[in-house]
Design a protein around this ligand. Structure first.
Ligand code: SAM
Ligand code: SF4
Length: 332
């Protein structure tokens, strides 16, 4: 236990790290084409997956020592982890903002209990409103369940519920306006995500990316919008509908990288600390936890990792190296 209060965890470029993204599993009940292969994904052996107690310990160190303000649970699909609500409860007990990113396939069954467990915010992935296309994109016929999950999240009192939509040219870019309309009509904040080179099958190409400027232009042609002031450390740029129907966002990782404001580190399901989605290095906290290291020693490892955080990802450089892991293994 640290004797003094929290102090800033500052990276070599002066950014204060305050946000921890935790992949609670690498497994998933969907097989989104931009994320996973249809078959043949190699799962992390269960013995290597962090326990809830190990996850909570790392989170507690980040909160107590460095004043982390937010924890986002992701994966893989976080809700398929057995007893997921208990983890939410443990982390909410640290007194920080706890959020989850989910595909919502089973959310209708647990939205209320997650709310009661202290979950603050929820982001739901939905890339299309067309049932056949949904099945092509996720390789599962689950659109109705996802829509029920969105309704359940709203019914449970999450406000706003945010929708993540990855847009891939030639796949679902024809639905941009329909997805935006769906958000406006249902009081949801839709955030369009630029397709990133983190798919497992290496099919990403720059030509498949629909960039922020194009997305904003297409929406602005239908409804007048105005950009919100600076986003701070959050990844989405946001626009307000001038008719009062809420907000729409874009996460422009490829065309307008926002690394200069990044406040995040990530913990993979097998306990590797990463300082960037696109990092090629990892820091093994699982080995440290299981070797019986003290909080001081683990904190020291976290500080050393953050000491290597780079200025920014290199997607737009010729020497870009894809990380060995795909999005579901890193935790998007
Ligand atoms: N399974 C949950 C879900 O889909 O919401 C959480 C994990 S998923 C990896 C987190 C987010 O990453 C989702 O919004 C998903 O759409 C997004 N994602 C996955 N692969 C991506 C890619 N190649 N480019 C951009 N976003 C991607
Ligand atoms: Fe699963 Fe989420 Fe990846 Fe889709 S994006 S395969 S739901 S982890």
């Amino acid at each position: 236990m640290s004797t003094s209060g929290p102090r800033d965890l500052v990276d070599p470029y002066g950014r204060v790290v305050r946000d921890l993204r935790i992949a609670v599993t690498d497994r998933c009940n969907f097989r989104c084409t931009y994320c996973m292969p249809e078959e043949g994904m190699e799962w992390i052996p269960r013995s290597e997956i962090l326990t809830f107690e190990e996850i909570t310990r790392v989170a507690r160190i980040c909160v107590e020592r460095y004043g982390f303000e937010g924890i986002r649970l992701t994966g893989g699909e976080p809700t398929i982890r057995h007893d997921f609500t208990r983890l939410v409860e443990q982390l909410a007990g640290l007194g920080v903002d706890v959020a989850v990113t989910t595909n919502a396939a089973t959310l209708r069954n647990i939205a209320h209990e997650l709310r009661a467990a202290g979950l603050h915010r929820i982001n739901i992935s939905l890339d299309t409103l067309d049932r056949a296309k949904f099945e092509r994109m996720t390789r599962r016929d689950e659109l109705d369940h996802v829509l029920a999950g969105i309704a359940a999240a709203q019914d449970a009192g999450f406000e706003p519920v945010k929708i993540n939509a990855v847009i891939e040219r030639g796949v679902n870019d024809d639905e941009l306006v329909d997805l935006a309309r769906f958000g406006r009509e249902h009081g949801l904040e839709v955030r369009f995500i630029e397709f990133m080179p983190l798919d497992a099958t290496d099919e990403w190409q720059r030509s498949k990316v629909v960039g922020q400027d194009e997305i904003v232009r297409l929406i602005g042609e239908v409804w007048p919008i105005e950009q919100e002031p600076a986003r701070g450390a959050a990844p989405a740029d946001r626009w307000r509908y001038l008719d009062g129907k809420g907000l729409v966002g874009v996460i422009p990782t490829v065309t307008k990288p926002f690394c200069g404001d990044c406040d995040r580190v990530r913990l993979t399901a097998d306990g590797q600390l990463r300082t960037c989605l696109f990092a090629t290095d990892e820091f093994d906290l699982r080995a440290a936890l299981r070797a019986g290291e003290t909080d001081d020693q683990i904190a020291d490892r976290i500080e050393r990792a953050v000491g290597t955080k780079w200025a920014g990802q290199q997607i737009n450089q010729v020497n870009f190296i894809r990380p060995k892991r795909n999005m579901s293994q890193i935790g998007g």
